[in-house]
Ligand binder design. Structure first.
Ligand SMILES: *Cc1c(COP(=O)(O)O)cnc(C)c1O
Length: 372
């Protein structure tokens, strides 16, 4: 059988709770007729997430983009915000939806995260905040970013969509900055089908966020701000409670796959990948490889399409850069000459398949497609 006839290997596959465990929850929700608007499972999921993640204040949302938009509203961010072009579009779109001008800064070649050494040069009198991303779940240089923020009086909002459960020196990365956001989209390490969360550091702020995600309602007749509808419903909250119980096992499976990839790919000239960082509890959300066309003898796209022909679907995350999309391409900071590392990484990356359904046989097929 030729490879093109073999089973399709997808880049990801959703972590699903056991259906037979989900059904009793559905019965309870049906019986109660309380299907959304901060019911018992919404409450329980927020508590369970605080526990699991090691944070004090979390507000869950119906997706991972609304927490970004809401964080900017809650902190009244205006003017310009410094961010990275090497991310999923939602990061920058959240700024645009708030009428904020994104200012792109280049990334670090080792972590693919925003390079703190390049932030200061991008600060203007209009700058009010920094929005970094823990890309692939690798922690940003949070101390360096905070030092700059403190020096210039800027807020820091982390897009931690990839960093569910990631810790550095025993502490959640979600503790950094003024706020952090998570995504619980189907493709993420922990999912509620669609979903997300906003993490803040005071009870007062959590209350503001809870109002903002419910149209600004403080009580039946009082609207304290121009909020939005970002509420997570009871069905997905219950689903999340069940998935949370198996997320550690899922991370272990991912870790095992990453180790197999690293062992098998380390000898291949022109293929590089990221290694674990000491003191970091990684979540193995993604496994990006970077193709050096000259050394490898094939461009990234050639390898990508060769894999595709063998029914192995990698993803070129993050290509193209956000700064190349029509909305942003004419911004001064989108000039590719100012973003050489971002351009280089975007042009060489392929994220390999990684999920809990991936078999050893699948991993072998992926490795063989790259080795030959
Ligand atoms: C997935 C993701 C988001 C948005 O999440 P949704 O839940 O799909 O709205 C935001 N930022 C990054 C970096 C992401 O990967």
């Amino acid at each position: 059988m030729s490879d093109s006839n073999k089973k399709q290997i997808t880049v990801t596959s959703p972590l699903l709770p056991p259906l037979e465990e989900f059904i009793p929850y559905l019965h309870k929700i049906w019986d109660s007729k309380w299907i959304t608007n901060m019911g018992q499972y919404h409450q329980q999921l927020e508590e369970a997430l605080c526990d699991y993640l090691g944070v004090k204040y979390i507000s869950i949302f119906t997706n991972g983009t609304l927490p970004l938009i809401t964080a900017l509203q809650a902190l009244e961010i205006k003017g310009e915000v410094i961010t990275t072009p090497y991310s999923f579009v939602a990061t920058t779109h959240s700024l645009w939806w708030n009428g904020i001008k994104p200012v792109f800064v280049d990334i670090d070649p080792i972590t693919c995260n925003i390079d703190p050494n390049k932030i200061e040069a991008a600060i203007t009198p209009q700058t009010t905040a920094i929005m970094p991303v823990h890309v692939y779940g690798t922690p940003c240089d949070m101390d360096a970013i905070q030092a700059i923020a403190d020096k210039y009086g800027l807020k820091v909002i982390y897009d931690a969509a990839h960093a569910f459960g990631v810790k550095q020196n025993g502490k959640s990365v979600l503790a950094a900055g003024d706020m952090s956001t998570l995504s619980f989209h189907a493709t993420k390490v922990f999912n509620t089908i669609e979903g997300g969360a906003l993490i803040c550091h005071s009870a007062e702020m959590k209350k503001q966020i809870d109002y903002l995600k419910n149209f600004g309602f403080e009580d039946e007749t009082t609207v304290v701000g121009s909020g939005i509808n970002g509420k997570m419903d009871e069905v997905r909250s219950a689903y999340g409670l069940l998935n949370l119980k198996q997320v550690d096992k899922a991370i272990d499976i991912r870790k095992n796959i990453v180790q197999q990839y690293r062992n098998a790919l380390q000898g291949i000239s022109g293929i590089s990948f990221m290694n674990d960082i000491e003191g970091v509890r990684h979540n193995y959300a993604y496994f990006p490889i970077f193709v050096d066309a000259e050394k490898y003898g094939m461009t990234r796209d050639e390898l990508y399409f060769k894999m595709k022909a063998k029914n192995i679907l990698g993803r070129r995350y993050f290509y193209p850069l956000i700064s190349t999309f029509s909305t942003y391409k004419d911004l001064e900071s989108s000039n590719p000459k100012k973003l050489p590392i971002s351009v280089k990484m975007a042009d060489s990356v392929i994220c390999l398949p990684i999920h809990t359904e991936l078999t050893d046989e699948d991993v072998k097929r992926v490795v063989e497609a790259i080795s030959r």
